[in-house]
Design a protein around this ligand. Structure first.
Ligand code: SF4
Length: 371
């Protein structure tokens, strides 16, 4: 296997994928998340973190989007798709345990309790890593979606408007962003993720809270510990340790810096030849950037993988593309793993995604065919 994942069998599959991509030309676009396998990234039309993929996916003119990532990402692309544009995911089983940790119904119940508790409407700010029904609830309640690259900007936006915020599903991104914004501890209120009671954990006086955090987590980032950082500092003195903000607060505090996947990529890319980096995020991404920037030392803080991201393979990408060609020749042949979102949910979820893009980039950059 080479750095690009080009084992002999893979080369044949890659060639077949390239041939179909060439035949379909601009009618097909294939985005891939940074955590995808190297051989998938090598074939992608663009790569990025969930924010970049949502923004560029919305601008894509292609008839088909074959989305190499987990299901909530492909769903977001389908939510923002133009009329007639089809989004396919090579493996629909590629889910996200964190996204499963919040359900719209439970969130609605908790939001109603919070409205009463603080005597005003609490705005949901929902991490991209959530499913369409949760995004739709966010849109219906006038909130927005955020990603790890823009959570601080969105929280600042709502706080400046005097609005309390319910943030979910990732507790760590919420608390790390709150620390970055120097929000006093007394203003942060943790909401227990408990399917039976949806209880509130009174970490603070609810009357004074401005930020309510759901307590979901990403198991990939939860594995990093402050001891990993101490060990890395001993083994590789002088290295820069950078971690993703889905890591525990103690890990973020112990690291030299933290940032979204895109920010981590840029930090390493702009690093000096000979520089040394210890990276606390999904390990296949870390190994890929280590191969890309061979004149720098780039090591994972710990080997922690997202097995859902790894479900996308050359085999299932090829099957998806073949289904497009079959469908083109005979419309009766179905597209494989077409991502469909109920229209009632889609339009509210689109409002939440577009609210994010409008707040981050300004209204002029909001694109996409439907409201
Ligand atoms: S890395 Fe974590 S948050 Fe991202 S898809 Fe995998 S489980 Fe979900």
């Amino acid at each position: 296997m080479t750095a690009n994942g080009n084992a002999p069998g893979n080369q044949d599959l890659s060639q077949q994928i390239r041939a179909i991509k060439q035949r379909l030309g601009s009618r097909l676009v294939m985005p891939a998340h940074h955590y995808q396998r190297a051989e998938i990234v090598a074939l992608a039309d663009f790569i990025g973190d969930s924010y970049r993929l949502a923004k560029e996916g919305a601008a894509a003119q292609a008839d088909y989007i074959v989305f190499c990532g987990v299901r909530f990402m492909a769903e977001s692309a389908a939510i923002l798709a133009r009329p007639g544009q089809k989004v396919l995911i090579p493996d629909p089983v590629a889910g996200c345990p964190m996204a499963d940790m919040i359900e719209a119904e439970a969130a609605e119940t908790i939001l109603q309790s919070l409205d009463k508790l603080c005597g005003q409407t609490v705005i949901p700010l929902t991490y991209m890593n959530s499913y369409a029904d949760m995004k739709a609830l966010t849109g219906r309640r006038g909130g927005a979606i955020c990603t790890s690259s823009n959570a601080a900007k969105l929280l600042t936006h709502y706080f400046a408007a005097g609005q309390p915020v319910f943030f979910g599903p990732d507790y760590n991104l919420g608390i790390n962003t709150a620390r970055q914004l120097k929000l006093p501890a007394a203003e942060i209120f943790r909401v227990a993720r408990d399917g039976s009671r949806h209880g509130l954990v009174l970490d603070a006086d609810p009357a004074k809270a401005r930020l309510y955090l759901w307590d979901g987590f990403c198991h990939v980032h939860k594995r990093f510990k402050p001891e990993d950082i101490a060990a890395a500092r001993q083994r590789h003195p002088g290295s820069h340790i950078i971690v993703h903000p889905e890591s525990d607060e103690a890990v973020v505090q112990a690291a030299d810096s933290s940032g979204s996947t895109e920010a981590i990529y840029k930090a390493v890319a702009t690093g000096q030849p000979g520089s040394s980096w210890i990276v606390g995020t999904e390990a296949s991404f870390v190994h890929r950037i280590a191969a890309e920037f061979g004149d720098r030392l780039v090591l994972p803080l710990r080997e922690s993988y997202c097995f859902n991201m790894a479900r996308i393979t050359l085999d299932n990408v090829l099957a998806c593309l073949q289904s497009i060609e079959s469908h083109e020749s005979t419309a009766a042949k179905p597209l494989l793993h077409l991502v469909q979102v109920d229209e009632a949910i889609r339009s509210d979820a689109a409002a939440a995604l577009k609210a994010m893009i409008a707040i981050v980039e300004g209204p002029a950059l909001v694109q996409g065919g439907r409201s």
